[in-house]
Each structure stands twice: as C-alpha cells, then as structure tokens.
Design a protein around this ligand. Sequence first.
Ligand SMILES: Nc1ncnc2c1ncn2[C@@H]1O[C@H](COP(=O)(O)OP(=O)(O)OP(=O)(O)O)[C@@H](O)[C@H]1O
Ligand SMILES: [Mg+2]
Length: 342
Amino acid sequence: MSATRAPAVQARQLVKTYPGGVTALDGLDVTVESGTVFGLLGPNGAGKSTTVKILTTLARPDSGSAVVAGHDVLRHPDRVRRAIGVVAQNSGADPVATGRDNLRLQGRLYGVKGAALDRRVDELLERFALTDAARRPVKGYSGGMRRRLDVALGLVHRPQVLFLDEPTTGLDPEARGAMWDEIGRLAGEEGLTILLTTHYLEEADRLAERVAIVDRGRIVVTGAPEALKGELRGDAVHVRVRGELGDGGRALLQGALGGLPGVHEVVCEGRTVSVRAQDGAEAVPVLLGALERAGVAVVGATVARPSLDDVYLRYTGRRYAEAEAGGDGGAAGPLVLAGGAR
Ligand SMILES: Nc1ncnc2c1ncn2[C@@H]1O[C@H](COP(=O)(O)OP(=O)(O)OP(=O)(O)O)[C@@H](O)[C@H]1O
Ligand SMILES: [Mg+2]
C-alpha cells in the first residue's frame, strides 16, 4: 500500500561533530517508510538524539542531507516543523501550567484554535488517560503521566511524522507497558509515521517494524527485528566464567573452542563466553568439557533463541549491556575469536 509513497524520512551521510571534537555522527544513513514505526536502537552516546535533532531541524549537520515529510531540513526547516511532532528526550512541558493548558498553548503555537483546539485537547487527554489530571499542574504528575503528556503535546497539530526520543527511559515497567500500548495504537492510525529512539532492545523488538542499530555515529545494521534475528542461525549459548578473562585466557579459549564441531562466532568479553551453536543443548556439554580442559572455572550457562542483543553483539562485537554500562570509552574491544557464518 505504501510501496509507492516517498519515504517519510530519508537521511544520507549525516556527519556532526560537536565543539570539543566529539564526532556524534559519522556518516549516518536512515530511511523510514511512510506509515511505519522505525526504531533507532543504541547505547548511551551512540548518536540517537543528535540524529533526531537534525531531522527535526534543531541542529544542523556538518555535512549530509535529510528530507522529512517531503521537505529538506536545511532548505525548508519551517515546512518540516509544521509536518512533524517532536517528543524530546527531556520533557518540554511547563511544570507550573496544567496538562490542559500545556496542550492548549502547544496547539496555539501551531495555529490550532477555537472549537477545533478544544476538541483536539479533550481527545488527547482522553486517549492518554489524563482527563482526570487535566486541571492539575504538571509538576504534580508521575513520570508516566508526564511522558504521556509529552507525547500528547507532540500530536496536537496532527503531524505526519512523530519523533519520540526515548519515550520510556526512566519509567517503571508498568508505565512503560502502558506507553508501549499507546504508541502501538498511534502507529495503527492512518498515515502516522513514527521514528523512536530507544535503549531497550525489547522496546524496539515490540514496537518497530524496522530497527536500525546505531553504534558510534553510524548505522551498523537495519532490518525487521524478525529478519535480523532470523539471520542468526542456531542458538546463542552464553557461559559465565569465574574470573575475568585476560588476553592469555582468551587466546587459550580460541584454541579450545574455535575448532569445536557445530560451534561458531566465539566471543569472549569480561566474564562471558558467547558462542552460536546449531543446537544449543547439545553444545553446552561440549563447551563445558572444553572449558574444563582449558582450566577455566564455569559459573553457569544459558541457551537462548536469537535476540536483538545477539544481533547487536554480532554487528558491533560488544554485548549490548556492556556497551550501555561502558559508554563510549576507547578501551580495548572484545576479542572475536572465530569468525562465523555471514
Ligand atoms: N551539545 C553537545 N556538545 C558536545 N557534545 C555533545 C553534545 N550533544 C551530544 N554530544 C556528544 O555526542 C555524542 C552523541 O550524543 P547523543 O546525545 O546523540 O547520543 P544518544 O545516542 O542520544 O545518547 P543517550 O542514549 O545517552 O541519549 C556523545 O558522545 C555526546 O557526548
Ligand atoms: Mg539521547
């Protein structure tokens, strides 16, 4: 149906260096088809917010180009702004004003007035379960209520494309689940395109028809979550070992595990040895035997079907959780011991 429509977002080779020399974007390409939900997934500092800022005309790239809702962000930023809704990483609501007044003000900024504005505000308050809180100042709202108001603010003027920069970061699991339901419902609405950024693999998996993994200012892989996971044949086996693996230990394991039958893509990082195996259950005893012979004490092992975490590991060589914890420090990367099937 949307095959013949132009993409809602098309960015090419975006480069952005901040004062002080931080290269936030290093040739980032992204295309979002109209009417779809697209997830930009990456750890702290990957460049997600910088991408959103450029696409929403709040920042200029050093080079590269972007067209959003049919308008060039550099040549016609005003047109882009009218066509999009933006929910920034940090709330833009006025804490002293009520929820209703925030929505009314936002509507007026976009030229929505009179009865149309009243109707739209009531509709959004209802949809985001804020009707009862509408007359209270926003500073008394819970985190979940605030975030729902932020999304409502982005929708007052009925944008074609909605940008959600980390819509659920900092929310408790219940509020996060409620927000997922609401975003899912929005996405079902005719014509609305959503580009969301997230730290959460699960969020991207659940909401987005396509995801792009951003790592150090570049897209390392794009695709439908199922297709990306499907590319990884077999099971992921993760073995936790007792001590931190030094260079020597890793080299030892390379010899021990690299040649095992049915085992490929061996990655050692910190205290975890991860491999991909045609049959995880069969591989575990083989792996444990090899580790024991290598003198490595094992704490535990898990077998899992491929997840987006495994996709991340495969394309960046780092575990997602460790990239999150480690930020963008330049420490020595993990050692990929055996190249796997491509
Ligand atoms: N205004 C700024 N001045 C200097 N450096 C900046 C600025 N904004 C971002 N950066 C740097 O650019 C890189 C990318 O930042 P960005 O905010 O785009 O990442 P992000 O993926 O949104 O991260 P997070 O998940 O933490 O929100 C980081 O190294 C960050 O420190
Ligand atoms: Mg960010």
